[in-house]
Structure formats: structure tokens, C-alpha cells
Ligand binder design. Structure first.
Ligand code: LIP
Length: 272
């Protein structure tokens, strides 16, 4: 039986409602001194808190109650398959910016996106510390707390403020530092806030002119990438690839080419 595709506006409403409650849980648990249960996930600097896990469980349970047949991909618990040939997959980062969360830096977010047949059609990124919320639907525009946002009009790379981030693995960071030192003389400056989903929303709003990072997982950029695209930015990998682990670049069309080419020349998707 052919499923009719759900309305992205309906999926966004579900995502926003769930993300708001999830952000409340994250904030509450931090206030309850979440540091009592800290484990490591991949390296000594990749800390996972009890809240990360509790928030993803809460999101999964609420999605299962509302849309029991959908699939889910989450940072903490991986993939749960859809029942039958359901078209919708949810992609969640329960707390993006976990080191900021641990330190109490107000730059961490719940990121929740809905994919229909492999295309992200709705997404929300909610800063759990400040309540700032970015939303988008495919073809419906991008919003910050309901206010339409558009990306930067900057056209000169040498005058561009660029956001980026670094992996947890020391060997990867060596190469990323080399790329950064090669890029820095050719841009206005760099900003590193520690949460890809929020970096993408900042780029969508023109608070930075562009953003790039190697090593992002789908949950880091699914929702923020839609917000950036709907704000008029080009969001892609290198050499025409889709955004993914090798590279995510989000930039206004006039900057995308110069930034892309500079990153290719610096072998930005290389290294560990
Ligand atoms: C974070 C990313 C960020 C990256 C950090 C970290 P996490 O995700 O959002 O862009 O630079 O190193 O990977 O681990 O906080 O969910």
C-alpha cells in the first residue's frame, strides 16, 4: 500500500514539542549535578553524561507513542528500524555540545530532524541553556524563535567570519589544526563554539558567514543543515558530495566556492 507522505509542517510540530520537553530534561538534569554519572564514549575528551542518554530515551519514547511505525537514528542508541516500509526516519542528537554542557557553557542543543524517504523535510535545533530555537521545513524557510532568518551576504572570503570545530581524537585534531592554520590567514577570523547544530543555525542567521567541519555525524547536522539551506546557504561536502563525515560546508553561494577550494587545497577532509 502506498503511504502518503506526511506534511512537513505536522512533523515539525511534533519535533518542536518533543525537543522543548527534551531540552527541559537536559537543563533539569544539569541543574541536578549531572556530573555524578560521567562515562567516556570514544576518547578521554568525548564525555557522555547521564543526561545525554536520558534525553535520547525520552525522545525515542515520545516518538514511539506518537508515530509508532517510524524509524529513529540517535547518537546514543543508534538506529531503530521502521515497521514495514514507513517513510519517516527521525534523527536526534540529544545534547549537541556535550563538553559545553558539562562545563556549563550555554551552547548546547537538542537537535531533531525528520527525514521522509531519505530527505530531511523538517528540523528543530533548540539551545537547552538559552531557549533559542531554530526551525525549518523543506521549502518553508528558516526561523529563529519564529522570526525568518537569512544567511550572510558576504562575498569575500578574506572578510568572512568562519565557524568550525574539531573531533575528539588527538590524531584527527593534529590534521584539523594544520588545516586551520592554513585557512586562518585567508579569512577574517574563526569561531569555535562546540556544537555543530548551533554553528549551522548561526550561519543560517548570518552571525557567522560560513561554517565547515570534518567528522560530523548525521545527528550533528541533519536539522541544522536544513535550517541553513532554508536560509539560502549551500550545504554540501567536497566535490559535489552530500554533507557527511568527510566534510560539511555551509556557506552563502558567493562564498561556498572560495571556501570549498581553499579547504580542498588544505586537504581538509584528509588526516585521521
Ligand atoms: C560536538 C559537535 C561539534 C564538534 C565537537 C563535538 P557532541 O558534538 O557538535 O561540532 O566540534 O567536537 O563533536 O559530541 O558534543 O555531541
Amino acid at each position: 500500500m502506498q503511504h502518503t507522505s506526511p506534511d512537513p509542517v505536522d512533523l515539525l510540530k511534533i519535533a518542536v514539542d518533543i525537543a522543548r520537553r527534551a531540552a527541559d530534561t537536559a537543563s533539569r538534569m544539569r541543574a541536578e549535578a549531572v556530573s555524578a554519572d560521567i562515562g567516556t564514549k570514544s576518547t578521554d575528551t568525548d564525555v557522555v553524561t547521564a543526561a545525554d542518554r536520558a534525553v535520547e530515551r525520552q525522545v525515542a519514547e515520545e516518538l514511539r507513542a506518537l508515530r509508532p511505525g517510524d524509524a529513529l537514528l540517535g547518537e546514543e542508541y543508534g538506529s531503530t528500524e521502521a515497521a514495514g516500509d514507513a517513510a519517516v526516519r527521525w534523527i536526534v542528537d540529544p545534547i549537541d555540545g556535550t563538553v559545553n554542557y558539562l562545563y556549563g557553557l550555554p551552547q548546547y542543543a537538542v537537535s531533531l530532524a525528520a527525514e521522509v524517504n531519505g530527505v530531511v523535510v523538517a528540523g528543530v535545533v533548540r539551545n537547552a541553556a538559552t531557549g533559542d530555537e531554530w526551525t525549518a521545513t523543506l521549502g518553508g524557510g528558516a526561523f529563529h524563535d519564529g522570526r525568518p532568518v537569512r544567511g550572510s551576504r558576504q562575498t569575500v572570503l578574506g572578510q568572512a567570519l568562519i565557524g568550525t570545530g574539531f573531533g575528539y581524537d588527538a590524531a584527527r585534531r593534529v590534521h584539523q589544526a594544520a588545516v586551520l592554520s592554513g585557512l586562518l590567514p585567508h579569512v577574517r577570523d574563526i569561531r569555535r563554539w562546540g556544537a555543530a547544530s548551533l554553528d549551522l543555525c548561526f550561519a543560517a542567521e548570518g552571525l557567522i558567514d560560513a561554517y565547515y567541519e570534518k567528522g560530523l555525524n548525521p545527528w550533528d547536522h541533519a536539522a541544522g543543515g536544513l535550517v541553513a539551506r532554508e536560509a539560502g546557504l549551500t550545504v554540501a561536502g567536497l566535490a559535489g558530495a552530500e554533507p557527511g563525515l568527510p566534510m560539511v560546508i555551509a556557506a552563502p553561494p558567493a562564498l561556498f566556492g572560495p571556501l570549498h577550494d581553499r579547504l580542498v587545497a588544505l586537504d581538509a577532509s584528509g588526516g585521521a
